[in-house]
Design a protein around this ligand. Sequence first.
Ligand code: MF3
Ligand code: CO
Ligand code: CO
Length: 270
Amino acid sequence: MDQDLKGRLNRDGIRLHEPGDFAGMHKAGALAARILDDIAAQVLPGVTTEALDAEIERMVNEAGATSATIGYKGYKHASCISLNHVVCHGIPGPKVVKDGDILNIDVTVIVDGWFGDTSRMYVAGTLSRKAERLIQVTHDALFKGIEAVRPGNTFGDIGHAIQTYVEGHRMSVVRDFCGHGLGQVFHAPPNVLHYGRAGSGPVLEEGMFFTIEPMVNLGRPETKILADDWTAVTRDKSLSAQFEHSVGVTADGVEIFTLSPGGKFHPTWG
Ligand code: MF3
Ligand code: CO
Ligand code: CO
């Protein structure tokens, strides 16, 4: 199995991909991002999360790609849709989106064997001031993390940049979920923590591919999993937001594989 994967493992067990592998990640990432662009027009009060998911599944198939989440550990859907106090892994269902709801939609596709994993926030109807603040801080925290990606920095530098920014705005970083290596697999080493000490953790090297996907709560960081075994919610019922990009370490910085083709990554853009 493992011998079929491209690149090689470094001393921390993290795969280092070749320059030619970036194109495959770019293609997969662009599709995932385009699907998130195209679903935006349908995120309106009155829609159900299962209708949004059905549309996403249709778009994945229409592109000739494969959903990475359908069949993953028994998961049955092409997306995770996490509303309001749901932190992540919300299961699409008959729930109706209401005016003022905020939601994260997370899509992972496989194109030519490469995985593209991205999520972003959407707003149905009216955006409250506190939700607007949470979404802005979460978005900007992701980019603080991405700005720390370059060879010679460490994974701890990424987590530290995110945590410092979020806590500086009196919000909290979820500890119970993290980003992950990816490439020709969905989840690979290392765990990409969204908190930590500067200079700690494995050193970033050219050719590493991973996600950064901070979850930020307006209240306390603790989460719990509902009886469906997937849905993670804030224990204190406070609002939660998340943004996710898949990135690669280049010779001198970072390539974001999941940039929005339509410039719609943030809900108030595009
Ligand atoms: N896309 C999620 C991530 O960012 C994983 C979802 S797994 C699922 O890693 F099974 F819940 F879909
Ligand atoms: Co991910
Ligand atoms: Co994801």
